[in-house]
Design a binder for this molecule. Structure first.
Ligand code: F6R
Ligand code: MG
Ligand code: MG
Length: 366
């Protein structure tokens, strides 16, 4: 059975500040998707949140980039915005950058990860959702899951994974893409993946079968709006088991938190902290950045789950380490590398300050 799994997210108003969503907005989203399920547009849906972002997880048979599904997501976010406005939530409608829907939510503000596949006998799916970070945040974990044998032992000892995976990488500044084969091309690929502000993994495929293994939202909000309107807070879907990495191989990268861009005012580096669902409220210095993992089995498109995969003591030390990393970075206050480098501060006060100070700069007499 061909299924499309769409994860579409947006921040349409925070409670309190940018720390979390309000239950009434989530309820509104459930009402809207519930109607669509009754009308037969959706097979199933699950509404959740990570921090201040509403996550619409849907299954259907309309394919990727379906106008009907994207319009449903857009209209749902518009309805949630109305609730957010009534409650005077903070930044109501902040991620809905366009006045009206036009064909597809890409470029209009929401983040999208979608994949179409033939549902296997047992279809195990993990959906990662992050808050207070940018779209390249998945580069390091996706690399480890699908290309690093020290993380994924299946690459070495499972014959159905031994031929490796291909990575589609997007240049988010120049809107270009390139495909790499792992393991042969990992050194070239890492030159790009190590610069996640510019290059982001869009999708990963199993080489032998061509099956889609993972896809991520790569939309960059600041590039769409031309000004800072919030971080991308990306989402990522990963298929698991069989020809794909096991659940534990997919979760393993998050045991060693990577430092990502985001946190306070989207202008700082911080550790991507794995948390259970109830731990996604971002408070300390509006963060630190965090990620939740929702596990599902699919049954003819029905979403069986979610299982809260970071709700395990095995991730307690990762959380503690992330907090120690957060302390070290916070010691730096407004200094790099806690604060992002100048070229990534262009949507803050930085240009205004540069302009104001420009006439006061004198040449050095050297
Ligand atoms: C980070 C984030 C927050 C806000 C900060 C200021 O992604 O959303 O750190 O940037 O709380 O918010 P405003 O400008 O809305 O008062
Ligand atoms: Mg927000
Ligand atoms: Mg957010």
């Amino acid at each position: 059975m061909d299924i499309t799994l769409s994860a579409i997210k947006a921040d349409v108003g925070g409670y309190v500040g940018h720390s979390c969503t309000h239950p009434d907005t989530l309820e509104k989203a459930r009402e809207s998707l519930g109607r669509a399920k009754e009308e037969g547009i959706l097979i199933d849906y699950h509404v959740t949140h990570c921090g201040d972002d509403i996550q619409l997880i849907t299954t259907h048979q309309k394919g990727e980039d379906s106008e009907q599904i994207h319009k449903l997501a857009w209209d749902t976010f518009v309805e949630c915005t109305e609730v957010a406005k009534k409650l005077k939530l903070h930044g109501a409608g902040q991620d809905l950058l366009a006045d009206a829907f036009s064909g597809n939510v890409r470029g209009l503000g929401p983040g999208v990860a979608e994949m179409q596949f033939t549902e296997r006998k047992a279809e195990t799916i993990l959906i990662f959702m992050a808050d207070k970070t940018a779209s390249g945040a998945w580069n390091l974990p996706l690399y480890k899951m699908f290309a690093d044998p020290f993380n994924t032992i299946g690459l070495v000892i499972a014959s159905n994974m031994h031929s490796g995976f291909t990575f589609e990488v997007h240049d988010v500044l120049e809107a270009k893409k390139i495909v790499f084969s792992a393991p042969e091309e990992i050194y070239d690929m890492l030159v790009l993946l190590g610069a996640p502000g510019r290059y982001a993994v869009k999708s990963v495929y199993h080489r032998q079968t061509g099956e889609i293994a993972a896809c991520a939202s790569t939309q960059r909000l600041s590039m769409m709006a031309g000004r800072y309107v919030g971080k991308d807070d990306p989402v990522c879907i990963v298929r698991s088991q069989g020809i794909f990495p096991a659940v534990g191989e997919i979760l393993e990268p998050f045991a060693a938190p990577n430092i990502v861009k985001g946190w306070m005012r989207g202008s700082h580096h911080g550790p991507l902290t794995p948390v259970p669902f109830h731990g996604s409220k971002a408070t300390r210095f509006d963060g630190p950045p965090r990620v939740i993992a929702a596990g599902f089995q699919l049954a003819e498109g029905r979403l069986i789950g979610p299982s809260d995969l970071f709700d395990d003591i095995a991730f307690d030390r990762a959380r503690q380490n992330a907090l120690v990393m957060a302390d070290f970075l916070r010691y730096m206050g407004p200094f790099e590398p806690h604060r992002l480098p100048l070229d990534e501060m262009e949507y803050t006060t930085m240009p205004e300050v540069s302009e104001k100070l420009a006439p006061r700069f004198q040449p050095l007499d050297e």
